[in-house]
Ligand binder design. Sequence first.
Ligand code: ADP
Ligand code: ZN
Ligand code: ZN
Length: 733
Amino acid sequence: MSSGSLLRVAVGPRFAAPLLDYLAPAEGPVPPVGARVSAPLGKGRRTGFVLEHLDKSEVPAERLRPVLEALDAEPLWDTVTLEVLCWAANYYGHPLGQVLAYALPQQLRSGGRLPAPPLRWRACGIASDEAPKLLARAPRQREFRDRLLEAGRGGLAEQALASLTPDWRRIVRILEEKGLAEPFEPEVPEPADMLREEPLALSGEQSAAVSAMSMDRGFACHLLDGVTASGKTEVYLHLVEQVLASGRQCLLLAPEIGLTPQLAERLKARFSVPAAVLHSGLNDGERLNAWADARAGRARLVVGTRSAVFVPCRELGLIVVDEEHDPSYKQQDGFRYQARDLAVMRASRSGIPIVLGSATPALESLLNVQRGRYAHRRLTKKVTGTRPPLARLVDLNRHPPEHGLSAPLLEAMSEQLESGSQVLLYLNRRGFAPVLMCPDCRRTEECAHCDARLVFYRRRDLLLCHHCGARRRPPPACENCGSPLQTIGRGTERLEEELQARFEDYPVARMDRDNVRGRRRLEHILGGIRERHYRILLGTQMLTKGHDFPSLGLVGVIDADQGMFSQEFRGPERLAQTLVQVAGRAGRREQPGLLVLQTRFPQHPLLQQLLKEGYGGFAASALDLRRLSGWPPFAHLAVLRANAPEAASAREFLDRAKAAVPESGAGSAVEVLGPAPALMERRRDRNHAHLLARSTDRARLQAFLGRWIQAVRELKRPRRVSWSVDVDPAEIG
Ligand code: ADP
Ligand code: ZN
Ligand code: ZN
């Protein structure tokens, strides 16, 4: 049996281990690693991925079956992207077959073919004065031919023809037979005519950043650290222009394209090159086409959320990760990976530059700057020259709020509204009230499936669990003692009502996931804000992301303490990032904005430092704290989480997993802590607990995990326990 004709294949409904060995197909070339095959499994056939070529198999030769067919002649990914996928599977401890399946559009996952390149049609052949004779008795063919003639050498896309008549294909085929029309593959537009609009003239800081970054030929990672509205996006656009002009593709990642389409829109407004925008609103067919266009190099710009880091590109020249600190780059279930980190690895293996942009860089990225791995490019001023907002802490102990609003905040609001400005209020809590409680026996309404209180929605007369989605009607009175129930605290729904009652003349736009579900609705509200129909903007995290509100005079943070006492090691970093991002919305074109932070802890060091030294100062001392306490990025973590309907089984499994810790060498570079219950122990009717593995040496943690995960896979599992590994976790949980 010749070497290479044995294949190791991930096959089966979930592409997980165990992998199976097959013979190469009886005919044709051996499918390469990264190609799909159709393989016999039991009595049926299944799509599988070739993961490895083997020299020999443990399976006796007579039991090896050949795969039925190779579905791809080439790997689906370019070499680097396939390497990154394999590396990620290994690093994050996830089965490679599942990783490959995850990285594919649904139709390819289930065995569909790569779409052929879309063709265009143009008129050709006979001099145009003879054609009418040939078509004298075929008015529809003649009409088609006229359309193609009008379109000139650029011809018409098949889509455009299809919109003329359903049987367009028959008609162009006849024209083709008569030598009057021909199909062709469209060419990529010449770099010279790819600009749709003139680029903006850069500010001094911007052009310094652009020239520093365009010096590089090979790999370089730039942290573009620029305050909100300092023109980071414009810097990306200038770099993208250079790369497109050199004939290469650009890959841009953004946190959420569905609800923050600005980046994609600005790219499309600037460049007339074909773009593949991968967002959650695409149907399966559109997603497949976008993916295939990127792979074949037809799309010159590829824009997407975290999973786009795995989209193959034929000739990639630049990667941009916008809002690189955003938590959504970390996938939190299934295949748990960090897309920003993988983007850096992909750029490094491709030998191309990468730009990580943020107004509030992740501590990891700042440490990489300190260690000389990333170059620090800074934009310190707003493009408009507007000074940063004037910030004021309001001590709620001294100014007790009425309906959530303290007197100083109310005053500032009235002043701004009367002078014609808009006002933004940030409250990261949805619903009417987070707690419904009996004042007599203090019973609260809790979720039956989670350790969590149910959130009260008054308009819908509903109690809703934000963790599992459970819902029910609120009881008319306390089920213990019959007293009428009271709402405690406030969410956006309640504040909206209160604002409308108090500021009758100023319409309120509420932006949260309950009120803004789709892109349409979002655009409608953003339109109303732009046209200044809405004067008060109230919202959750959704409001902090990237939107430009030019008439905003004041930003009020209703509860700056929310998240201040988080037990997660990234808690302070997240809070600081959120506050700075919200504050960045303030400031009209001509004058600095106002920022009012309501707090019960005005002396809290985090607030004090943010106010006095800005995000940079905060980040420097936060990094010091992490160093002293041995948290990332100074140590590396992996969490082994388990859950089961009963706490005891999850615990028992983790005890076994801890006992299965492989012997490590002298000084044991890896410590394993726990088991400990999760912060929210009961969630969705299951009990959650974890073990934490920690080391200051990433390579040794990796070596350890490789052996440990293998050992844990082989453990006897108590009934109904499920488990997962999370390497470089965003939170411990
Ligand atoms: P950021 O991405 O840092 O928030 P943007 O690139 O979105 O900043 O710029 C903020 C605003 O300033 C946008 O409206 C943009 O069009 C404008 N802008 C950016 N750079 C310039 C420039 N060099 N000259 C004029 N306007 C600019
Ligand atoms: Zn009661
Ligand atoms: Zn629940």
